[in-house]
Write a protein that binds this ligand. Sequence first.
Ligand code: NMX
Ligand code: MLT
Length: 435
Amino acid sequence: NTDLYSEMKELVPEYQERVKKLKKDHANVDLGKTTLDMVLGGMRGMTALVWLGSAVDPDEGIRFRGMTIPECQKALPGAFPGGEPLPEAILWLLLTGKIPNKEQVDSLSQELRRRAKIPEYAYKAIDALPVSAHPMTQFSTGVMALQVESEFQKAYEGGVHKSRYWEPTYEDSLNLIARLPGIAAYIYRRIYKDGKIIPLDDTLDYGANYAHMLGFDDPEMLEFMRLYISIHSDHEGGNVSSHTAHLVGSSLSDPYLAFAAALNGLAGPLHGLANQEVLRWIRNVVKEFGTPNISTEQLSDYIHKTLNSGQVVPGYGHGVLRNTDPRYTCQREFALKHLPNDPLFQLVSKIKEVVPPILTKLGKVKSPWPNVDAHSGVLLNYYGLTEENYYTVLFGVARSIGVGPQLIWDRALGMPLERPKSVTLEKLEKLAGAS
Ligand code: NMX
Ligand code: MLT
């Protein structure tokens, strides 16, 4: 099939059968116990979700449908031979589990462009906010405005049978993914440029078009955007944004409502906002010493100053990873290839040498290594996207490519309302024998 929907139509019954069999024959398989530590510790290590698109190994990092980032870079079609994977290819892979060919990816590119029309009132909803509103607030508002056109909501009101929920969910998810770059670019141009919309270019792929609508046309920047969107798309199901989308979607809220909620989680500094915080932190280092070319001692002093004032070092540590994030590594490789002499890139490399031993010495940080956010800012800055408050919007556009497919599968597989049990503190003390 060159068409994604036809591919899904074939896959859905097969997956439904697999889930039915699991539930029928293996319902009581033990997936590990729940400890008090997990309940008080943000559910770390508790297996509680199924997520089809990707999984994170603590040491090795992300695999998209079983494939590492270097494997994706090799196997997935790019804009040109040897180019970075196209976000459309990642979308196809995450949704179907299959590696698309160039024809399939091109047809999906075209489909996304066809779906990209943004209603006028979505711009107006954003315009109702002051320009000073944080870009993520404007983004979440824009997504809420897009919800007016939800196919799922219409179908539900029209009494659609539950076996067909996935179909309007597919429509909404694809429309949402298609429209996000336009909404996101409008916000950028409204806040930082002349406010004029740059129309979609019918010859460009998804990542390149987003860069183009922001106002960037340097082929290297277009290539970085393809890589950026691909690697930020998915990070299994338990991260705050993905989990939020799944949770909200489980009440049969449509994909727009679920994704707006996900964005509000992504906007937190311990999650997606960290990329903004990283560049701000790096700029503050440069401001403090008057140059990016600083000694290890100076950097070490600055890190201690951050820690002593009760703040985290942004871009370091992770809830699951216990090693350098491969998303950091592939951005580093991109930088080594395209901007090896950039002073801020060199500072980022130095930070990677100095931060981990200091965090390790604290004795409580489970992973002292850099995560994805430690690197993206200096690359964006190099290509002229210097406004760090905007960075989480880019992350948000990318995350729709991971969240959308799972919402489709949630509905196709009849995933139920998510409703875990909570306990009171008194009950917890009683269960622990501490009262
Ligand atoms: N700088 C200073 N302290 C840290 C850091 C860090 N980078 N990372 C963890 N810690 C502290 C953490 O605050 C906690 O302290 P306390 O017990 O006093 O509350 C202690 O170490 C144990 O935390 P962990 O179990 O290692 O980490 P946890 O799983 O709770 O949190 C993060 C994970 C990512 C929230 C945490 O590492 C962090 O705050 N990192 C900096 C912010 C960041 O880069 N976030 C982006 C994550 C990736 N993303 O895009 O979402
Ligand atoms: C993500 O990409 O969502 C972050 O690395 C956070 C996480 O996985 O918890």
